[in-house]
Design a protein. Sequence first.
Length: 330
Amino acid sequence: MAFADDLILAIRVESVRAAENYSNGELSKITAWSRNNKSRFSEEKSKVMFVSRRKRKELKEINVYLNNRPLEQVNEIKYLGIFIDHKFRFEEHINYASERCTKLIYNLSETAKLSWGIKNEAMKTIHKGAILPLLLYGAPVWIDAMKYEHDRQKYIRVQRLINIRMAKAYCTTSSGALCILTGMTPIIIKTEEAVKQSSIRKWEGSQTHVFDNDVGLKDWSHLADAVKIREVKDYKETTVQAYTDGSKYEQGGGSGAAVFIGKEIVAQIELKLVNRCPYNQDKQLAIIKALEAIGSIKITEINPSTATIFTDNRITLDSLQNANNHTYLI
Protein backbone atom coordinates (compact mmCIF):
# COMPACT_ATOMS: atom_id res chain seq x y z
CA MET A 1 0.00 0.00 0.00
CA ALA A 2 1.51 3.33 -1.03
CA PHE A 3 0.66 7.01 -0.79
CA ALA A 4 3.00 9.28 -2.71
CA ASP A 5 6.50 8.24 -1.52
CA ASP A 6 5.30 6.45 1.66
CA LEU A 7 5.09 2.69 1.16
CA ILE A 8 3.93 0.05 3.63
CA LEU A 9 4.05 -3.72 3.07
CA ALA A 10 1.50 -5.59 5.20
CA ILE A 11 1.63 -9.39 5.41
CA ARG A 12 -0.79 -11.57 7.38
CA VAL A 13 0.33 -15.09 8.24
CA GLU A 14 -0.11 -17.73 10.94
CA SER A 15 3.42 -17.89 12.39
CA VAL A 16 6.52 -15.81 13.00
CA ARG A 17 8.68 -17.80 10.58
CA ALA A 18 6.08 -17.51 7.83
CA ALA A 19 6.04 -13.73 8.31
CA GLU A 20 9.82 -13.66 7.95
CA ASN A 21 9.83 -15.81 4.80
CA TYR A 22 7.01 -13.93 3.04
CA SER A 23 8.54 -10.55 3.94
CA ASN A 24 11.94 -11.41 2.55
CA GLY A 25 10.38 -12.85 -0.58
CA GLU A 26 8.36 -9.72 -1.30
CA LEU A 27 11.22 -7.37 -0.46
CA SER A 28 13.47 -9.24 -2.89
CA LYS A 29 10.90 -8.53 -5.63
CA ILE A 30 10.81 -4.85 -4.62
CA THR A 31 14.62 -4.68 -4.68
CA ALA A 32 14.71 -6.24 -8.18
CA TRP A 33 12.04 -3.79 -9.42
CA SER A 34 13.92 -0.78 -8.06
CA ARG A 35 17.15 -1.98 -9.64
CA ASN A 36 15.48 -2.38 -13.04
CA ASN A 37 13.94 1.08 -12.75
CA LYS A 38 17.19 2.71 -11.59
CA SER A 39 15.85 3.68 -8.17
CA ARG A 40 16.65 2.63 -4.63
CA PHE A 41 14.70 2.19 -1.39
CA SER A 42 16.58 3.36 1.70
CA GLU A 43 17.22 0.61 4.23
CA GLU A 44 18.09 3.24 6.87
CA LYS A 45 14.62 4.77 6.71
CA SER A 46 12.81 1.43 6.37
CA LYS A 47 11.60 -0.35 9.50
CA VAL A 48 9.97 -3.68 10.25
CA MET A 49 7.32 -4.28 12.92
CA PHE A 50 5.77 -7.55 14.03
CA VAL A 51 2.12 -7.15 15.07
CA SER A 52 0.58 -9.74 17.37
CA ARG A 53 -1.91 -9.82 20.24
CA ARG A 54 -1.11 -13.37 21.29
CA LYS A 55 -0.60 -13.65 25.04
CA ARG A 56 1.54 -16.78 24.87
CA LYS A 57 5.29 -16.38 24.99
CA GLU A 58 6.98 -16.80 21.64
CA LEU A 59 9.98 -15.45 19.79
CA LYS A 60 8.86 -12.28 17.98
CA GLU A 61 12.17 -11.25 16.46
CA ILE A 62 12.28 -11.56 12.68
CA ASN A 63 15.17 -11.05 10.28
CA VAL A 64 14.07 -9.05 7.25
CA TYR A 65 16.49 -7.73 4.63
CA LEU A 66 16.36 -4.92 2.09
CA ASN A 67 19.23 -4.39 -0.36
CA ASN A 68 20.94 -7.31 1.43
CA ARG A 69 20.98 -5.34 4.68
CA PRO A 70 18.95 -6.16 7.82
CA LEU A 71 16.11 -3.81 8.72
CA GLU A 72 15.68 -2.44 12.23
CA GLN A 73 12.75 -4.03 14.10
CA VAL A 74 10.63 -1.57 16.08
CA ASN A 75 7.51 -1.71 18.23
CA GLU A 76 6.01 1.45 16.77
CA ILE A 77 5.95 3.25 13.43
CA LYS A 78 4.41 6.46 12.13
CA TYR A 79 2.58 6.15 8.83
CA LEU A 80 0.64 9.02 7.24
CA GLY A 81 0.55 10.88 10.54
CA ILE A 82 -0.76 7.99 12.66
CA PHE A 83 1.36 6.17 15.23
CA ILE A 84 0.84 2.40 14.91
CA ASP A 85 2.13 0.13 17.67
CA HIS A 86 2.78 -3.61 17.62
CA LYS A 87 -0.54 -4.40 19.38
CA PHE A 88 -2.80 -1.91 17.55
CA ARG A 89 -3.59 -0.12 20.81
CA PHE A 90 -2.81 3.36 19.36
CA GLU A 91 -2.01 4.65 22.83
CA GLU A 92 1.02 6.53 21.55
CA HIS A 93 -1.10 8.27 18.90
CA ILE A 94 -3.59 9.40 21.56
CA ASN A 95 -0.70 10.71 23.68
CA TYR A 96 0.85 12.52 20.71
CA ALA A 97 -2.40 14.24 19.66
CA SER A 98 -3.26 15.19 23.25
CA GLU A 99 0.16 16.64 24.03
CA ARG A 100 0.30 18.59 20.78
CA CYS A 101 -3.14 20.14 21.34
CA THR A 102 -2.32 20.88 24.99
CA LYS A 103 0.79 22.85 23.99
CA LEU A 104 -1.26 24.79 21.44
CA ILE A 105 -3.93 25.64 24.02
CA TYR A 106 -1.34 26.82 26.58
CA ASN A 107 0.19 29.07 23.92
CA LEU A 108 -3.25 30.52 23.23
CA SER A 109 -3.78 31.07 26.95
CA GLU A 110 -1.15 33.81 26.89
CA THR A 111 -3.49 35.94 24.76
CA ALA A 112 -6.87 34.82 26.17
CA LYS A 113 -7.26 36.40 29.60
CA LEU A 114 -10.44 37.11 31.56
CA SER A 115 -10.84 40.77 30.61
CA TRP A 116 -8.76 41.09 27.44
CA GLY A 117 -7.32 39.07 24.57
CA ILE A 118 -8.91 36.56 22.23
CA LYS A 119 -12.69 36.58 22.43
CA ASN A 120 -15.01 33.59 22.78
CA GLU A 121 -15.97 33.53 19.08
CA ALA A 122 -12.33 33.53 17.98
CA MET A 123 -11.50 30.71 20.40
CA LYS A 124 -14.38 28.66 18.96
CA THR A 125 -13.02 29.20 15.45
CA ILE A 126 -9.55 28.07 16.54
CA HIS A 127 -11.08 25.06 18.29
CA LYS A 128 -12.97 23.95 15.18
CA GLY A 129 -10.22 24.78 12.71
CA ALA A 130 -7.09 23.68 14.60
CA ILE A 131 -7.81 21.63 17.72
CA LEU A 132 -10.54 19.29 16.43
CA PRO A 133 -8.74 18.33 13.18
CA LEU A 134 -5.69 17.33 15.22
CA LEU A 135 -7.72 15.27 17.69
CA LEU A 136 -9.94 13.57 15.11
CA TYR A 137 -7.33 12.86 12.43
CA GLY A 138 -7.56 9.20 11.43
CA ALA A 139 -10.38 8.51 13.94
CA PRO A 140 -11.78 5.48 12.02
CA VAL A 141 -8.39 3.78 12.45
CA TRP A 142 -7.93 4.23 16.22
CA ILE A 143 -11.55 4.54 17.45
CA ASP A 144 -11.25 1.22 19.35
CA ALA A 145 -8.74 2.90 21.68
CA MET A 146 -11.61 5.01 23.05
CA LYS A 147 -13.07 2.00 24.84
CA TYR A 148 -10.29 2.41 27.42
CA GLU A 149 -11.12 5.00 30.07
CA HIS A 150 -7.56 6.33 30.43
CA ASP A 151 -7.45 7.11 26.69
CA ARG A 152 -10.86 8.77 26.82
CA GLN A 153 -9.78 10.96 29.71
CA LYS A 154 -6.80 12.29 27.75
CA TYR A 155 -9.10 13.73 25.08
CA ILE A 156 -11.60 14.98 27.66
CA ARG A 157 -8.81 16.89 29.44
CA VAL A 158 -7.80 18.58 26.19
CA GLN A 159 -11.36 19.72 25.49
CA ARG A 160 -11.71 20.84 29.10
CA LEU A 161 -8.68 23.13 28.73
CA ILE A 162 -10.02 24.91 25.64
CA ASN A 163 -13.54 25.09 27.10
CA ILE A 164 -12.28 26.83 30.25
CA ARG A 165 -10.64 29.49 28.07
CA MET A 166 -13.76 29.93 25.96
CA ALA A 167 -16.17 30.10 28.91
CA LYS A 168 -13.79 32.18 31.10
CA ALA A 169 -14.80 29.78 33.84
CA TYR A 170 -13.23 28.52 37.07
CA CYS A 171 -10.86 25.57 36.84
CA THR A 172 -13.18 23.61 39.15
CA THR A 173 -16.09 23.71 36.67
CA SER A 174 -17.05 20.21 35.52
CA SER A 175 -16.37 19.07 31.95
CA GLY A 176 -20.09 18.52 31.28
CA ALA A 177 -21.00 22.01 32.46
CA LEU A 178 -18.25 23.54 30.33
CA CYS A 179 -19.62 21.84 27.20
CA ILE A 180 -23.05 23.32 27.95
CA LEU A 181 -21.65 26.82 28.59
CA THR A 182 -19.60 26.84 25.37
CA GLY A 183 -22.10 24.92 23.23
CA MET A 184 -19.49 22.34 22.26
CA THR A 185 -20.24 18.69 21.62
CA PRO A 186 -18.37 16.37 24.05
CA ILE A 187 -15.21 15.16 22.35
CA ILE A 188 -16.05 11.45 22.68
CA ILE A 189 -19.40 11.98 20.93
CA LYS A 190 -17.64 14.12 18.31
CA THR A 191 -15.16 11.31 17.68
CA GLU A 192 -17.94 8.74 17.24
CA GLU A 193 -19.73 11.15 14.89
CA ALA A 194 -16.61 11.52 12.71
CA VAL A 195 -16.24 7.74 12.50
CA LYS A 196 -19.92 7.30 11.61
CA GLN A 197 -19.74 9.89 8.84
CA SER A 198 -16.63 8.24 7.43
CA SER A 199 -18.38 4.87 7.47
CA ILE A 200 -21.43 6.26 5.67
CA ARG A 201 -19.31 7.83 2.93
CA LYS A 202 -17.29 4.64 2.55
CA TRP A 203 -20.17 2.19 2.20
CA GLU A 204 -22.61 4.44 0.34
CA GLY A 205 -19.90 5.53 -2.06
CA SER A 206 -20.84 9.21 -1.95
CA GLN A 207 -18.39 11.98 -1.15
CA THR A 208 -21.16 14.60 -1.30
CA HIS A 209 -23.48 13.01 1.25
CA VAL A 210 -25.44 15.73 3.06
CA PHE A 211 -25.06 15.81 6.85
CA ASP A 212 -26.50 18.25 9.34
CA ASN A 213 -23.12 19.89 9.87
CA ASP A 214 -22.28 23.57 9.81
CA VAL A 215 -22.57 24.97 6.28
CA GLY A 216 -19.80 27.02 4.69
CA LEU A 217 -19.43 30.74 5.36
CA LYS A 218 -20.59 31.66 1.86
CA ASP A 219 -23.94 29.92 2.50
CA TRP A 220 -24.73 31.72 5.76
CA SER A 221 -27.93 33.74 5.73
CA HIS A 222 -27.69 37.48 6.32
CA LEU A 223 -28.55 38.74 9.80
CA ALA A 224 -31.30 40.88 8.26
CA ASP A 225 -32.98 37.65 7.09
CA ALA A 226 -32.97 36.08 10.55
CA VAL A 227 -36.23 34.44 11.59
CA LYS A 228 -38.35 36.35 14.09
CA ILE A 229 -40.66 34.20 16.17
CA ARG A 230 -43.30 35.60 18.50
CA GLU A 231 -45.43 33.76 20.99
CA VAL A 232 -49.09 34.80 20.86
CA LYS A 233 -51.98 33.86 23.10
CA ASP A 234 -54.82 34.66 20.68
CA TYR A 235 -54.29 32.75 17.45
CA LYS A 236 -55.83 34.27 14.33
CA GLU A 237 -56.60 31.81 11.56
CA THR A 238 -54.44 32.22 8.46
CA THR A 239 -54.89 31.14 4.86
CA VAL A 240 -52.71 28.03 5.21
CA GLN A 241 -52.04 25.93 8.31
CA ALA A 242 -49.37 23.22 8.50
CA TYR A 243 -49.10 20.75 11.37
CA THR A 244 -45.71 19.05 11.78
CA ASP A 245 -44.37 16.33 14.04
CA GLY A 246 -41.65 13.70 14.25
CA SER A 247 -40.62 10.75 16.37
CA LYS A 248 -37.41 8.81 17.05
CA TYR A 249 -37.02 5.19 18.16
CA GLU A 250 -34.35 2.50 18.14
CA GLN A 251 -35.01 1.21 14.61
CA GLY A 252 -35.14 4.67 13.04
CA GLY A 253 -37.64 7.49 13.04
CA GLY A 254 -40.25 9.32 11.05
CA SER A 255 -41.49 12.80 10.16
CA GLY A 256 -44.82 14.01 8.94
CA ALA A 257 -46.69 17.13 7.99
CA ALA A 258 -50.29 17.94 7.04
CA VAL A 259 -51.13 21.17 5.20
CA PHE A 260 -54.64 22.63 5.30
CA ILE A 261 -56.46 25.46 3.56
CA GLY A 262 -59.39 26.05 5.80
CA LYS A 263 -60.69 22.59 6.65
CA GLU A 264 -59.47 21.00 3.42
CA ILE A 265 -56.22 19.06 3.46
CA VAL A 266 -54.08 19.93 0.42
CA ALA A 267 -50.83 18.14 1.20
CA GLN A 268 -49.83 15.18 3.35
CA ILE A 269 -46.18 14.29 3.85
CA GLU A 270 -44.75 11.12 5.41
CA LEU A 271 -41.02 10.50 5.76
CA LYS A 272 -39.07 7.53 7.14
CA LEU A 273 -35.69 8.26 8.71
CA VAL A 274 -32.72 5.99 9.30
CA ASN A 275 -31.54 5.28 12.84
CA ARG A 276 -28.48 7.53 12.54
CA CYS A 277 -30.64 10.69 12.52
CA PRO A 278 -30.33 12.48 15.88
CA TYR A 279 -33.15 13.81 17.99
CA ASN A 280 -34.85 17.06 16.84
CA GLN A 281 -33.72 16.43 13.26
CA ASP A 282 -36.99 14.65 12.54
CA LYS A 283 -39.06 17.68 13.58
CA GLN A 284 -36.78 20.10 11.72
CA LEU A 285 -37.10 18.05 8.54
CA ALA A 286 -40.89 18.02 8.89
CA ILE A 287 -40.93 21.84 9.00
CA ILE A 288 -38.73 22.06 5.89
CA LYS A 289 -41.01 19.72 3.93
CA ALA A 290 -44.07 21.67 5.11
CA LEU A 291 -42.51 24.93 3.85
CA GLU A 292 -41.76 23.29 0.49
CA ALA A 293 -45.37 22.09 0.23
CA ILE A 294 -46.73 25.54 1.11
CA GLY A 295 -44.48 27.14 -1.51
CA SER A 296 -45.91 24.89 -4.23
CA ILE A 297 -49.58 25.65 -3.42
CA LYS A 298 -51.33 27.99 -5.85
CA ILE A 299 -53.82 30.23 -4.08
CA THR A 300 -56.19 32.30 -6.22
CA GLU A 301 -57.53 34.57 -3.46
CA ILE A 302 -57.07 38.33 -3.80
CA ASN A 303 -56.23 38.87 -0.14
CA PRO A 304 -52.59 38.47 0.96
CA SER A 305 -51.79 34.83 1.67
CA THR A 306 -50.55 33.98 5.15
CA ALA A 307 -49.39 30.67 6.60
CA THR A 308 -48.89 29.20 10.05
CA ILE A 309 -46.68 26.21 10.90
CA PHE A 310 -47.35 24.39 14.15
CA THR A 311 -44.61 22.50 16.00
CA ASP A 312 -44.19 21.28 19.57
CA ASN A 313 -40.39 21.36 19.52
CA ARG A 314 -38.93 24.22 21.59
CA ILE A 315 -35.33 23.38 20.62
CA THR A 316 -36.11 23.94 16.93
CA LEU A 317 -37.72 27.31 17.64
CA ASP A 318 -34.74 28.42 19.71
CA SER A 319 -32.35 27.24 16.98
CA LEU A 320 -34.19 29.25 14.34
CA GLN A 321 -33.77 32.40 16.40
CA ASN A 322 -30.09 31.74 17.10
CA ALA A 323 -28.07 33.76 14.57
CA ASN A 324 -24.95 31.70 15.39
CA ASN A 325 -26.55 28.38 14.42
CA HIS A 326 -25.39 27.52 10.89
CA THR A 327 -26.30 23.84 10.64
CA TYR A 328 -27.60 22.54 7.32
CA LEU A 329 -31.25 22.05 8.29
CA ILE A 330 -31.56 25.30 10.26
